[in-house]
Design a protein around this ligand. Structure first.
Ligand code: ATP
Ligand code: MG
Length: 171
């Protein structure tokens, strides 16, 4: 039994993430999705809560046809103990998939095997680009994410939230 850990903030989860997971299922028996910065929400970089992100991701993971866990991971003030924190929150995993330099560094130092998945059309599949499109009123962001993501964001009026938290305080 081999488990792979895939960590991201998923603000929001998009088809680049889905493409990575579709490759990961060929290499492992079960997938642990680590939902990073779980405590963060209602900001420009992190508009959605951990619970909302789980609701967006969960239906998309069903298509992968392997057992998946989604585990919220809060940030820690001390990077040096973050790997222990992640290990304490997740089922045992053998390999970590990430391109985030800090994540790669911390797991490598802890002696965990790290694989760096190739980027899938990063110029379009990027959380930052998608949030920018939402702010600009460009509806094409809906083509870049699984349907369940569109559905949850519409249900919570997420684009309006992002616009509101991005606007300055005039008081
Ligand atoms: P943001 O721009 O908000 O950082 P992001 O698209 O990088 O969003 P993250 O949640 O930060 O999304 O990414 C989680 C993991 O997925 C990271 O390791 C990141 O490098 C990777 N990733 C992001 N976009 C792609 C993509 N298009 N193809 C493959 N991997 C990706
Ligand atoms: Mg990123």
């Amino acid at each position: 039994m081999k488990r792979g850990l895939y960590i991201g903030r998923f603000q929001p989860y998009h088809l680049g993430h889905q493409a990575v997971l579709q490759k990961i299922v060929e290499e492992v028996d079960e997938i642990v999705v680590g939902l990073g910065s779980a405590q963060a929400s209602h900001t420009i970089e992190n508009p959605f809560t951990a619970g909302e992100r789980i609701s967006m991701i969960w239906p998309a993971l069903k298509c992968l046809d392997v057992a998946c866990y989604v585990i919220p991971l809060e940030d820690m003030a001390r990077n040096a103990v973050w790997v222990s924190h992640v290990k304490a929150m997740t089922p045992k995993f053998e390999v970590v998939y990430s391109n985030n330099p800090l994540v790669v560094q911390l797991f490598a130092e802890a002696g965990v095997e790290v694989r760096r998945p190739p980027m899938y059309r990063r110029e379009v599949y990027s959380g930052t680009a998608i949030r920018r499109m939402m702010l600009a009123g460009d509806e094409n962001w809906k083509r870049l994410v699984p349907f369940s993501v569109v559905s949850v964001i519409e249900e919570i009026d997420g684009v309006e939230r992002l616009k509101n938290v991005s606007s300055g305080d005039e008081g």
